[in-house]
Design a protein around this ligand. Structure first.
Ligand SMILES: [Zn+2]
Length: 319
């Protein structure tokens, strides 16, 4: 049996693992990314982390290296274009660099896309051929598996539900578009809306945080919502409303077996999921689509590593 190396290049941590073709992890290594140090030091740390897992176990055949990296990037060439959270990275031929270093085939794809693949192979989408996956935290990323295949698009840029407009009157997004799902439903939007409501004079337990000069986070708003704070509940409900619109748009386009929601904001649980499910039930085109399950992600913080493993396995088996 062959093995693959999976690499999760994140803004804060670089992780690597050695896994078998069933997705069982044999060994793992990690170190901080220290992204601020720029391209070369980060590449060096990536190489060290990969070498650690490659040399950790002897006498096995490693078939390739899968990498999940912040996008935008081109999965066909393995060139990382210009990720906002990796300063100094511009058109980096990551596939070529790592393949020269280790003498193995390397398969690079964006982190949210490979996370979708991981959830479909090993997580909440197991047994499904068609899934839509969204990860909701400080931004919204995603990926679509259609007929068992990760959808790449003409330029390798498919699966960006976070940058579809759900509110034309909404604020401008970093991507240049307006009222993106990310601007309306990700963590910062939840915090911003809670702040707006308080500044309009509504009372909240969160006001003490603002008055104390601390920055309000979605996590604080989420906790207050779970304790029944009205402003926090409104802020979460507003995000869930837009998320419902976004999710139903995706259901109508891709007709998935299920929609999987992950990322920090998804930990709000029923406060977030119930309104999304209600929107789908009320507004979907057909009975079948109304019943589309909207479920939490299952893989936790292993999703990036397992995604890189799944992407490598996928490419190797399609050769
Ligand atoms: Zn956008």
């Amino acid at each position: 049996m062959g093995y693959v190396v999976g690499v999760d290049l994140g803004g804060t941590q670089i992780r690597a693992c050695l896994a078998d073709m069933k997705g069982s992890i044999l060994c793992e290594a990690r170190q901080p990314t220290l992204a601020k140090e720029g391209l070369q030091p980060v590449l060096q740390r990536m190489k060290e982390t990969i070498a650690q897992v490659l040399h950790g176990i002897s006498g096995i055949e490693v078939l390739g290296i899968g990498v999940g990296s912040p996008g935008p990037l081109d999965p066909r060439t393995g060139v990382v274009i210009a990720p906002p959270n990796l300063p100094g990275w511009r058109n980096v031929p990551l596939r070529e660099i790592l393949s020269q270093e280790f003498g193995l085939p390397v398969y690079v794809n964006n982190d949210a896309n490979v996370a979708a693949l991981a959830e479909q192979r090993f997580g909440a989408g197991r047994g499904c051929s068609d899934i839509v996956y969204l990860t909701i935290s400080t931004g919204i990323g995603g990926g679509v598996i259609s007929s068992g295949q990760l959808l790449l698009g003409a330029h390798g840029l498919a699966g960006e539900p976070g940058h579809t407009t759900v509110e034309p009157a909404g604020p401008r997004c970093n991507c240049g578009n307006v009222g993106c799902l990310e601007m309306m439903a990700a963590g910062p939007a939840i915090a911003r809306h809670a702040l707006d409501l308080m500044q309009q004079g509504q009372h909240s337990t969160l006001w003490a945080v603002v008055q104390g000069g601390m920055e309000l986070t979605a996590e604080m708003v989420g906790r207050a919502a779970q304790e029944g704070d009205d402003v926090a509940l409104q802020a979460v409900a507003r995000a869930a409303h837009y998320l419902g619109i976004g999710v139903l748009n995706l259901i109508h386009i891709f007709d998935p077996d299920r929609v999987i929601l992950g990322g920090g904001v998804s930990k709000l649980g029923s406060l977030l999921f119930d309104p999304v499910r209600a929107w789908v039930r009320e507004h979907a085109m057909t009975d079948l689509q109304r019943e589309t399950p909207v479920v939490p992600a299952a893989l936790g913080d292993q999703v990036g590593l397992l995604g890189a493993v799944a992407w490598a396995m996928d490419r190797i088996s399609s050769l």
